[in-house]
Design a protein around this ligand. Structure first.
Ligand code: GAR
Length: 220
């Protein structure tokens, strides 16, 4: 039986799981607990991070299914059995279909490495450099049927420096991801955050289209 006073989350990953690690670290003192980690990739290093912290893991390999819908259905059934309050996509590199997304409507968060609505999809850091951006960053948003297009909850910006490569820029953004994701999950856990239609609502107020802008404060 899930402890009722915590927000129980399931984290979906595909790879390294550094955002998962940030959530694991935060969960020791925050209002949320990670009930399970699910990966579509057996090799995802994030699985080891979860196991090290005694978090149950499951692998559902998308390659074992004939269609996207078949994969989504098993994923949905697996999550329904766990019965979490929130599903947190943390570097989960599969597109989820409308049946899945609508089933869990308002209960799925995603983190995306760009200042949405700029640069949805992949290769965001390269594209931001190619686009001559002076600012880049990370967005947390509710997941809807629109790819990387659901209501935005929060963003953190980073400067783009002249000497940046995609990897250097990615590392700067990832560092902010590890701050912004636990923070927004905790908002949801505290009952402060919800999705209503096309808007994210925080503390009863609809958020602006690009969400809350969170400032980076380096530790002195
Ligand atoms: C993160 O940068 C995350 O924003 C990105 O994948 C990386 C996963 O890193 N997600 C997407 O691009 C989703 N469209 P992690 O496995 O170390 O958390």
């Amino acid at each position: 039986m899930n402890h009722p006073s915590y927000c129980h989350i399931v984290v979906l990953i595909s790879g390294s799981g550094s955002n998962l690690q940030a959530l694991i670290d935060a969960s020791t003192t925050a209002n949320f607990k990670i009930s399970a980690v699910i990966s579509n990739n057996q090799e995802a290093y994030g699985l080891q991070r979860a196991e090290k912290n005694n978090i149950p893991v499951q692998v559902i390999d998308h390659r074992s299914f004939e269609t996207r819908e078949d994969f989504d259905l098993i994923l949905r059934k697996t999550i329904d059995e766990i019965n979490p309050n929130l599903i947190v996509l943390a570097g989960f590199m599969r597109i989820l279909g409308s049946n899945f997304v609508n089933h869990f409507s308002g209960r799925i968060l995603n983190i995306h490495p760009s200042l949405l609505p700029k640069y949805p999809g992949i290769n965001t850091h390269q594209r931001a450099l190619d686009g001559g951006e002076q600012e880049h960053g990370v967005t947390v948003h509710f997941v809807t049927e629109a790819l990387d297009g659901g209501p935005i909850i929060a963003q953190m910006k980073v400067p783009v420096l002249e000497e940046d490569t995609p990897d250097i820029l990615a590392a700067r953004v990832l560092n902010r991801e590890h701050i912004i994701y636990p923070k927004t999950v905790a908002w949801f856990g505290a009952g402060r955050l919800r999705m209503e239609g096309t808007r994210a609502i925080l503390d009863g107020e609809p958020l602006p289209p690009t969400g809350v802008q969170i400032k980076y404060e380096p530790i002195p």
